[in-house]
Design a protein around this ligand. Structure first.
Ligand SMILES: [Zn+2]
Length: 348
């Protein structure tokens, strides 16, 4: 059997590399993207990534400031490595980045708790006598945070991460425990519509079922799950029930399959388990509804090794995944759809 074309471009719908860059820069490293990430991403074919800004739970009360710190740090690293990486917001920028052998990053937010703690500028109406109501204050914080995120070209938004915030609720990704079960709030409904009006992609990964139902009820537009698997194959709260996979497919959305073993089998996993989830989602909504949202953490100094998927530990294994997909009966056209074209259609 022919090996798949290793020049196949791969787009990862979910990478936490921004946090790695931020933390390493805090410890004094510079040019982290060039020194730690560029070569392995480029040679694996992973040339386009949705780079998620995720504020750590220990910063919950100051998550607005933490998000700004992360953004500043990430942008500084991208600037220092501008010959090998580029932030892109549209198809033209993406194509010019790839033609210059740069990895293209597209920003996303993974959890929007920062809205609650966004530090308002002195120019905001709430600093005026009389101030704003609680709802008005939240709305003002939201508007200011979105102005910044729009300015840097953020393309995708997950409302909550393992928390209950002013928008929605999500299970703890590791324990599966739920903080509360309030679903999508009225403010969350407003945010879904507003994100759409700004042209951002609404992403239901990490939401609990009630919140995901609320998102699907509050819009008839395209919705995705950037890095979630099928609950029919691995019954954990972080994965999607078939009805949510079908709803995503009906709206022209995409499910990015996650390589974390805890969401593939709940225990040990190998590359075939990843392919099993692709097959399941493709059987429900077609091969144009599937992508990769790898969520790799192999580049961390302390990654949770017992839940690393054998044969799919990091981006270096992506060519082997494509080869296995071919052996399992996917055509070259289908592999191109799943590896790249579907995600490209959604994000740009
Ligand atoms: Zn995640």
């Amino acid at each position: 059997m022919d090996r798949p074309d290793l020049t196949q471009i791969v787009m990862d719908l979910h990478s936490d590399i921004p946090l790695d860059i931020v933390v390493r820069r805090q410890h004094g490293e510079r040019q982290v993207f060039r020194n730690r990430h560029y070569t392995r991403l480029w040679t694996s074919g992973t040339r386009v990534m949705v780079a998620a800004l995720w504020t750590e739970p220990e910063y919950r009360d100051t998550s607005g400031i933490r998000l700004m710190q992360q953004l500043t740090s990430l942008l500084a690293d991208v600037r220092e490595c501008s010959d090998v990486v580029q932030l892109v917001t549209n198809r033209d920028e993406l194509e010019s980045a790839l033609a210059s052998r740069k990895v293209a990053l597209c920003l996303a937010v993974e959890g929007m708790t920062f809205v609650e703690t966004w530090p308002l500028s002195d120019l905001s109406p709430c600093s005026q006598p009389g101030g704003l109501s609680e709802d008005g204050l939240l709305r003002e914080k939201y508007d200011q945070s979105m102005a910044l995120l729009e300015a840097v070209g953020s393309r995708d938004a997950i409302l909550v991460w393992g928390d209950a915030n002013a928008l929605a609720t999500g299970p703890d990704p590791l324990s599966g425990k739920m903080q509360e079960n309030k679903g999508l709030t009225s403010f969350g409904r407003f945010v879904v519509k507003d994100l759409e009006s700004r042209g951002m992609v609404v992403d239901i990964s990490h939401l609990d079922d009630e919140s995901a139902d609320g998102v699907l009820e509050s819009t008839s537009g395209c919705v995705i799950a950037s890095h979630s698997n099928a609950r029919a194959l691995c019954d954990v709260p972080r994965n999607l029930p078939d009805r949510h996979i079908r709803a995503i497919g009906q709206r022209g959305g995409i499910v990015g399959i996650n390589a974390y073993a805890g969401f593939l089998t709940g225990n040990e996993a190998a590359v075939d388990n990843f392919v099993d989830h692709i097959v399941h989602v493709a059987n429900l909504i077609g091969t144009n509804g599937v992508g990769f949202g790898f969520d790799f953490l192999d580049y961390l100094d302390e990654s949770p090794s017992h839940l690393v998927t054998q044969g799919l530990e990091g981006v270096h294994d992506v060519p082997r995944l494509l080869e296995r997909m071919q052996q399992r009966g996917f055509t070259d056209v289908e592999i191109d759809q799943i590896a790249y074209q579907n995600a490209l259609r959604i994000m740009f």
